[in-house]
Design a protein around this ligand. Structure first.
Ligand code: S3P
Length: 451
């Protein structure tokens, strides 16, 4: 799915207090994994609350092209109630796709499916939009090559488009990942499903563990133990029978981050968000915002398929600058843009350390965050891999923010405009549909003034 149409600019103005109760869409990471594991399982997987954003719909289409039967079955009213049914082909059973697999804007969909394909005796071509074509793929292709997969054709494997020939007899490996990346870990584990014996990934810091939790939910044997102070060693026993399972997708904390920060910075706001996933490997933003003085209360805590979730009540709060340690980065890697917005409205300096990975996301988010703030009158500095934001309790605004095909830049800038002195404009909101298709109407229902 690509965006060839005209850009859709939008302006956010100082809003009256945000109020109301909403459920943001299903978690993107879990949605991709439910489709992929459903496609590799035997029998039917029924998914409730799947995120129906473009990134996930591209993964659904890739699973169809690889031989799984994937259907949306209308449930009650509203997208969140639809049930997605996946009838899988079994571990190692993917079919040769009839054309290139197009992952649009999604690094997660593309990289996880590369891992799954690497364990099957088939060849598939992977492609994406201009943003995804600019992102590094060696970090995935290199460990998969150790397992027996090969990049064929013209590409050197560094960038899309590339063609991957899966391994006929995949080898189990022990892989020490140079970066704490759930995408790398997941790709290796998914390839390891077809390998005889134990595949192990060692990561320098513990990244989100949705793949491990969901593999266990589908019947695989996964062991995860600490490795050093912050690291993790994850081992999967290969060639399991994966059985189709029921999956309920909790609300995405990375999407919840936008209304949460908006409610914190718009004076007088009081909002409630239902079923937000609270897996500790995803909640670094909540920890940081609380350290800054945010009022975020949790209730109705429950667990589904190993994933915890809770209702969050968020009230406008006076925020102060803090220092965010580098080891927290994996648990809030997608949230620094919107944290930087909160930091600009805080009193005092916020220092965010160890943000190297932000440079290889949907855009160079380190540069893009600094540019978004600067153009709206906020003092900001990049020092090596650190981002330093001078909070002055208010943001002048008035800037036009370039979104660089990055959904989270667009949403962060619009959140900033909800409380800035004068409106903030974004050049294109089209990419918001990759992860949070209802963002604009949902924020407007809460009281945001977008026009
Ligand atoms: C994701 C992992 C993260 C994150 C991405 C989703 C996942 O990337 O930025 O949006 O679902 O595994 P890295 O693991 O490469 O940091």
């Amino acid at each position: 799915m690509t965006h060839s149409s005209q850009p859709s600019p939008l302006e956010a103005r100082k809003s009256s207090p945000l109020n109301g109760r909403v459920r943001v869409p299903g978690d993107k990471s879990i949605s991709h994994r439910a489709l992929i594991l459903g496609a590799l399982a035997v029998g039917e997987t029924r998914i409730t609350g799947l995120l129906e954003g473009e990134d996930v719909l591209n993964t659904a289409q890739a699973m169809r092209m690889l031989g799984a039967k994937v259907e949306r079955q209308a449930g009650g009213q509203g997208a969140g109630e639809a049930v997605w049914s996946v009838r899988g082909v079994g571990v190692g059973g993917f079919a040769v796709p009839s054309g290139a697999l197009d992952f649009g804007n999604s690094g997660t969909g593309c990289r996880l499916v590369m891992g799954a394909v690497a364990g099957c005796p088939i060849t598939a071509t992977f492609d994406g939009d201009a943003s995804l074509r600019s992102r590094p793929m060696r970090r995935i292709v290199d460990p998969l090559a150790l397992m027996g997969a090969r990049v064929t054709g013209q590409s050197d494997g560094g960038r899309l488009p590339l063609t991957l020939a899966g391994a006929r007899d995949p080898l189990p490996i022990e892989y020490r990942s140079p970066v704490a990346s759930a995408q790398i870990k997941s790709a290796v584990l998914l390839a390891g499903l077809s390998a005889p014996g134990v595949t192990t990934v060692i990561e320098p810091e513990h990244s989100r563990d949705h793949t491990e939790l969901m593999l266990t939910h589908f019947g695989a044997d996964v062991v995860s133990v600490a490795d050093g102070a912050h690291g993790r060693k994850i081992s999967l026993t290969g060639q399991p029978e994966l059985h189709g399972a029921a999956v309920t997708v909790p609300a995405d904390p990375s999407s919840a981050a936008f209304p949460i920060v908006a409610a914190l910075i718009v004076p007088g706001s009081d909002i409630t968000l239902d079923d937000v996933m609270t897996n500790p490997l995803r909640t670094g933003l909540f920890t940081t915002l609380r350290e800054m003085g945010a009022s975020i209360e949790e209730s109705h805590v429950r667990r589904d398929a190993g994933e915890p979730m809770a209702r969050l009540r968020v009230r406008a709060s006076k925020l102060r600058g803090v220092e965010v340690p580098p080891e927290r980065a994996p648990s809030m890697i997608d949230e620094y843009l919107v944290l930087a917005v909160a930091a600009a409205f805080a009193e005092g300096t916020t220092v965010m350390r160890g943000l190297k990975e932000l440079r290889v996301k949907e855009s160079d988010r380190l540069e893009a965050t600094a540019a978004m703030l600067r153009v709206n009158g906020v003092k900001v500095e990049i020092a090596g891999d650190d981002l330093i934001v001078e909070g002055r309790g208010h943001v002048p605004g008035g800037g036009l923010v370039a979104t660089h095909m990055d959904h989270r830049i667009a949403m962060s800038a619009l959140v900033m405009g909800c409380a800035s002195d004068v409106p903030v404009k974004v050049d294109d909101t089209a990419f918001i549909a990759t992860s949070f298709p209802d963002f604009i109407p949902m924020m407007q229902r809460l009281g945001a003034e977008f026009a």
